[in-house]
Design a protein around this ligand. Structure first.
Ligand SMILES: Cc1ncc(COP(=O)(O)O)c(C=O)c1O
Length: 777
């Protein structure tokens, strides 16, 4: 391998000023810029800024031409990145030449300066910026798929296909480091290049070549086209990831944000995803090997050492990780099953499973869809059936941070391998989790009981309320569902008024559903008027009233968003009558509301007891009750509260993992942004299709109500069911609910993206446009 350092022109700033004057007629001031092989100068002429680029003498003319053509091509492609303009010489040339003192010829170009802060200095690198980098690279690669140039087909030492050249330099590394690097090069050897797509790529999205517009947290430009090469397309992303991972507390998590955004714009193939990590880490290995050689050859070139120390510390960090972990995370980032599933021919047919199910499982279990789905894997917001078909999951709010999120899976499985026992022993995870959970809640909600489901959480909430008030009765909202246990069925009009139900028990008092679409009140004072119903009820039973149970938004009731002021008035009335207030956040909690972490916060109230479930463990059976020290004290009447599984260390690890991911992936904000975007798009659809009577929701908790007549509000239950079936055929999973089963529920994992929203809306539009007797528009 020959690097061109020896052939770099020996030109100083004074020479650069002369070159600018002579070739470009420009009167500039000049300062040198760092470069590996060439010499570049920052030039200012009045308020214009340029880069004077003097190539090393070994560079071929056609390679310089390639770079210029690439700039022209990408500029013309109108991708959302800025590119420099090529300034012509006074004689109209794009490329000129100079001779250095040794008589060697160098090609010269003048490019306009592109403003921005380099990525390396634009930290901290939040989700928005990382996603922007992924999108920028993806747009560039998508455009370059149509570009070619003979000079790009070259043997270049920074081409990751040629990493063997770097590997030969391992002997120059400190002896203690060699095996670490060898191990990664061994992985590189295993890459099957024939399975990877090829194209011309930029090949050097390093943190000094990527420019950022800081206020917008957006990548504005990717500069320096001197490493352009025709190679495996995925190397583009791999190179950028090597630099993204530098100095990050969680390098793989940061890289995954870039990968996810890239994949959304320019989907990676499975072999590309599976080789991505190896390629990224190979780039780091190449960097340290070449740096070792170049430091030996040119000890005074500072640029060569720029990323050396962080690269070593990153390599150390990565070498402590199981080799397959990053690929699992990247697969997840792309919505692929993290663990590859067996092929379909080894599986029983769905019809066999259905038969066996009928034989061995209680017939009161329901199953979704006319032709039931045999789902065998999940990743992010996607589910996969036994035929390998992918479905966009728009309903599963249990897989809150995404199906099979590898961080949550790892947290739970690692703890499972160490210890799983009950709360009768001291354990730091129980404390840490309780502290983290209560930190998300307002005072005085500071005492936690961990349980195993939402039903169990509500059961315990009922016991707490009764113990505290010494009373028995409960006010519930019509249409509510609070769980599957005996007492919770008694508290759930959704069940006791439904098929097989035995009606409202004497100790339960039902108030009307605060539904501003279908209910009695609609205007700005609807919240207060609906709450008056509760005041009346509370006054009537004041000696008996223990507790008011209310979901912070009604799920089974049909995605009903509580009108403003409702809980404030209701809580005041209940408390005045001596009762306490339970917020059932089982459906709605953990950032889904977008604006707030808990949905009850949107009502400006503080409950006495909060119950949590579903999303809390991302699928691990976990629930929680959080209350005040006062209520907890009333419950401590001498009877032990023991829960075999509640609060075990594995559950705590899963719960902590969920909280970490919500924070690190900024999922509450995603719920807000994507939820608003989707609601808006659905409202536009409502304008076109009269079958949609109402679109409502907060964050990623949305409902679409179907009607046959917008005046009479005759419910379109069969229409909603038809749409759900058709959407399933199109790869979108939805479900219906509400008293008339005419409301389509949307409550996906919070990793749901705008692209998913577009996919959902375009298919919904297509279904509603179909000429079907099932729907009248
Ligand atoms: C609002 C609400 N509360 C409680 C529950 C019961 O939770 P689980 O099924 O985990 O027992 C549910 C379940 O759907 C629910 O929607």
């Amino acid at each position: 391998m020959t690097t061109a350092v020896q052939k770099a022109p020996r030109i100083n700033s004074e020479d650069a000023v002369g070159i600018a004057a002579e070739l470009y007629d420009l009167n500039v001031s000049a300062a040198p810029l760092p470069s590996e092989r060439d010499q570049n100068f920052y030039c200012e002429a009045g308020d214009e800024q340029f880069v004077l680029k003097i190539a090393n003498s070994g560079e071929a003319l056609e390679f310089i031409e390639l770079q210029n053509q690439l700039i022209h091509f990408l500029t013309a492609n109108k991708i959302e990145l800025e590119f420099p303009r090529i300034v012509r010489t006074r004689t109209g040339e794009d490329i000129s030449t100079i001779k250095d003192q040794n008589g060697r010829q160098h090609f010269v170009r003048l490019l306009t300066w592109v403003d921005g802060i380099c990525f390396a200095r634009a930290g901290p690198h939040g989700r928005k910026l990382l996603a922007s980098l992924g999108r920028a690279l993806a747009q560039m690669d998508a455009a370059l798929a149509e570009f070619d140039h003979a000079a790009a087909h070259r043997s270049f030492y920074w081409d990751l296909r040629n990493a063997a050249m770097a590997r030969e330099l391992i002997r120059l590394l400190p002896e203690s480091r060699r095996s670490l690097v060898e191990r990664f090069f061994d992985e590189w050897e295993k890459i099957d290049w024939s399975r990877l797509r090829s194209s011309v790529i930029h090949n050097d999205g390093n943190d000094y070549n990527v420019l950022v517009s800081k206020p917008e947290q957006r990548v504005a430009a990717i500069l320096d086209y001197g490493d352009v090469v025709y190679t495996a397309t995925v190397c583009e992303l791999a190179v950028a990831l090597a630099y993204v991972m530098l100095d990050k507390p969680d390098p793989i998590g940061a890289a995954a944000q870039v990968v996810a955004a890239y994949h959304e714009i320019y989907p990676l193939t499975e072999p590309e995803i599976d080789s991505l990590y190896t390629l990224a880490v190979t780039r780091l290995c190449c960097s340290v090997c070449y740096a070792a050689k170049q430091t030996r050859d040119a000890p005074d070139n500072e640029y060569l050492n720029i990323s050396n120390a962080p690269a070593w510390s990153l390599l150390d960090k990565l070498s402590d990780m199981p080799l397959d972990w990053p690929t699992k995370v990247f697969r997840y980032a792309c919505g692929l099953p993290v663990v590859r599933e067996q092929t379909s021919h080894l599986r029983p047919a769905p019809s066999e499973l259905l038969e066996a199910r009928k034989k061995h499982l209680g017939p009161s279990l329901s199953i979704s869809y006319q032709a039931p789905l045999h789902i065998i894997a999940g990743s992010r917001q996607y589910l996969y059936d036994s035929e390998g078909r992918r479905y966009l999951d728009c309903v599963n709010n249990v897989a809150h941070v995404g199906h099979g999120h590898p961080y949550v899976v790892r947290a739970a499985t690692e703890q499972m391998a160490v210890l799983n026992t009950n709360t009768r022993y001291l354990h730091e995870l129980l404390i840490e989790y309780s502290e983290r959970l209560t930190a998300t809640l307002p005072e005085p909600l500071s005492v936690v009981y961990l349980v195993c489901s939402g039903s169990e959480a509500n059961e315990l909430a009922l016991r707490l309320a009764r113990a505290h008030t010494g009373r028995n009765d409960v006010i519930v909202v019509d249409g509510a569902y609070h769980g599957n246990t005996s007492a919770m069925i008694d508290l759930s009009p959704y069940k006791f008024d439904g098929p097989g139900g035995r009606g409202c028990p004497s100790w339960v008092h039902k108030v009307s559903m605060p539904d501003v679409y279908r209910g009695a009140y609609h205007g700005s004072d609807a919240g207060k008027l609906f709450a008056d119903d509760i005041s009346r009820e509370a006054r009537q039973i004041s000696d008996a009233l223990a507790v008011f149970f209310c979901e912070s938004a009604l799920g089974c009731g049909g995605q009903i968003i509580l009108p403003s002021g409702y809980l404030r008035e209701a809580y005041a009335a209940v408390r005045a009558a001596g009762g306490v207030c339970v917020a059932d956040e089982v459906q709605t909690g953990f950032g889904r509301a977008g604006t707030h972490f808990w949905m009850f916060e949107t009502q400006g109230v503080v409950p006495d007891i909060v119950t949590l479930g579903k999303p809390i463990g991302n699928g691990h059976p976990l629930g929680a009750v959080i209350t005040t020290p006062e209520i907890a004290a009333s419950f401590a009447n001498g009877m032990e509260y023991f829960n075999t599984f509640g609060g075990n260390p594995v559950s705590c690890a899963a719960g902590l993992g969920v909280l970490d991911v919500i924070r690190d992936e900024e999922l509450q904000n995603n719920a807000l942004e994507v939820g608003e975007y989707l609601k808006q798009a659905l409202r536009e659809l409502q304008n076109q299709h009269s079958a949609i009577g109402d679109v409502r929701g907060l964050g990623l908790f949305l409902g679409i109500e179907f009607v046959r007549d917008r005046e009479t509000l005759e419910a379109g239950g069969s229409e909603a069911a038809y749409v759900v079936e058709q959407m399933k055929e199109r790869g979108v999973l939805l479900s219906t609910d509400g008293p008339f089963h005419n409301v389509i529920k949307i409550k996906p994992p919070l990793v749901f993206s705008k692209a998913d929203a577009d996919f959902l809306v375009s298919h919904l539009d297509a279904v509603l446009k179909e000429d079907s007797p099932a729907i009248q528009n």
